[in-house]
Write a protein that binds this ligand. Structure first.
Ligand SMILES: Cc1cc2nc3c(=O)[nH]c(=O)nc-3n(C[C@H](O)[C@H](O)[C@H](O)COP(=O)(O)OP(=O)(O)OC[C@H]3O[C@@H](n4cnc5c(N)ncnc54)[C@H](O)[C@@H]3O)c2cc1C
Length: 382
């Protein structure tokens, strides 16, 4: 029997994970990417247990996490630098942080080993339910399966008419790397991911390896000085004086600003065309799960499609995939949004709310539920 064929719009984290998972199951896969090369947007990325399990299942773990920072605590601090909450990481549930470029390169190499064809400089303008993608400048490609993993502004989602809502938040983030230097972290900072609050501004310090530290500076988009590029360092120095040494180093690496998208869809597929990742279920980054969800959903789709013997079986397999995955994804979206609400609280109230919430085992369980589960296609927990 000849191989089933798949075409994937988008060569980001989700697109490459999906392509690799399909190709490893015998599909002939082509990825179409709009940029002139596979290139990560953003600086660093948190990968929780669920995402790490997917990387292991795909064979990308070692490369993606080489030299990764292994934090022992995720800590929130208030406007005086006092600890609000310091959650230990462990007990079989891992969290690693890596440069995005390293994660994307590892996924690209897995794709290469599985004979995925990657076509760059090719913009997808739409799709139909018969597994067809349309390209800017004319022309199309058709396969047994088409997958839109083309991000928050997905043309595949739009042209299939699957979008129920696409909301953009008021809050956004400046993301960049700074070079790491000896003495950056005091004795109370070592081994930690540190999220500092001051009013609606937040300064997230994330070591990713011995050479680089990932910084995420978040604020409402109405805070014009804090959201400006080039970064108005005076504003951020005033708000976070304990991190002046890192703020002063901003500018050496690329920096980008963006508000967040939350996308909800009536369905994740139409006929033989599906959507995965931010195209289908973008969420605010408060739980660091958007990329993890994109990868795990791509893998889950490939696993469900193992039941498809020919193209006529694909629509039912896609429906079974969505039925199996939607609950956990929407749970994660909801809790990521809920967590973000603390941004708008006065400092002292935020401190009380975070402490109260995190000391409640039920609430903590909801927040980390997606992070700690074993996605379809990965090994069950020990
Ligand atoms: C501030 C911030 C911090 C975050 N932190 C984390 C984190 O720590 N951990 C985590 O797991 N997630 C995090 N996320 C979320 C994560 O970045 C996304 O969920 C993830 O990148 C989604 O992957 P994707 O492949 O679906 O989409 P993308 O990564 O957006 O990839 C889409 C790809 O498709 C291409 N493309 C777009 N349109 C077209 C087109 N028309 N034709 C062809 N190609 C196209 C793009 O160039 C891109 O390569 C964060 C997000 C933000 C905004």
């Amino acid at each position: 029997m000849s191989k089933l064929t798949a075409i994937v719009a988008g060569g980001g984290i989700g697109g490459l994970a999906t392509a690799a998972a399909l190709a490893q199951r015998g599909w002939a896969v082509t990825v179409y990417e709009r940029q002139d090369e596979l290139r990560a947007v953003g600086a660093g990325i948190y990968i929780w247990e669920n995402g790490l399990r997917v990387l292991e299942a795909l064979g990308a773990f070692d490369e993606a996490t080489a030299d990764a920072f292994h934090g022992t605590h995720f800590e929130q601090r208030d406007n005086s630098g006092d600890i609000i909450e310091s959650a230990p990481i462990g007990g079989g549930n891992r969290l690693l942080t890596v440069p995005r470029s390293q994660l994307l390169a590892a996924l690209a190499n897995v794709c290469r080993r599985a004979d995925v064809k990657v076509v760059t400089s090719t913009e997808v303008t739409g799709a139909n339910a018969r597994g067809e993608l349309f390209f800017a400048g004319g022309g199309s490609a058709v396969a047994d399966l088409a997958v839109g993993v083309d991000g928050v502004w997905s043309k595949v989602r739009e042209t299939l008419g699957l979008e129920r809502s696409h909301e953009q938040t008021v809050e956004g983030a400046l993301r960049t790397m700074v070079a790491a230097a000896p003495g950056d972290f005091g004795p109370n900072d070592l081994g930690k991911y540190i999220e500092c609050w001051n009013g609606a501004r937040r300064f997230l310090v994330t070591p990713v390896n011995e050479q680089q530290t990932y910084l995420a500076l978040t604020c409402p988009d109405t805070d014009l000085r804090a959201s400006a590029i080039p970064v108005d360092k005076a504003v951020w120095r005033d708000s976070f004086p304990q991190w002046i040494h890192l703020i002063d180093r901003i500018g050496e690496f690329p920096i980008n600003w963006g508000v967040y998208s939350v996308t909800r869809c009536s369905a994740w597929s139409a006929g033989r065309t599906a959507i995965v990742g931010d195209a289908a279920h973008a969420q605010t980054p408060n739980l660091g799960q958007g990329g993890g969800m994109a990868m795990q959903n791509g893998l889950a789709m490939a696993v469900r499609l193992e039941s498809a013997k020919d193209r006529r079986d694909i629509p039912d397999a896609l429906e079974a995939w969505e039925a199996g995955e939607r609950e956990i994804v929407e749970h994660c979206q909801r809790w990521a949004t809920l967590y973000g609400e603390v941004t708008h609280l006065p400092d002292d109230v935020r401190t009380r709310v975070i402490r109260g919430a995190m000391s409640d085992p039920w609430v903590a369980g909801q927040i980390f539920r997606a992070a700690n589960h074993a996605p379809l296609g990965t090994s069950p927990p020990n």
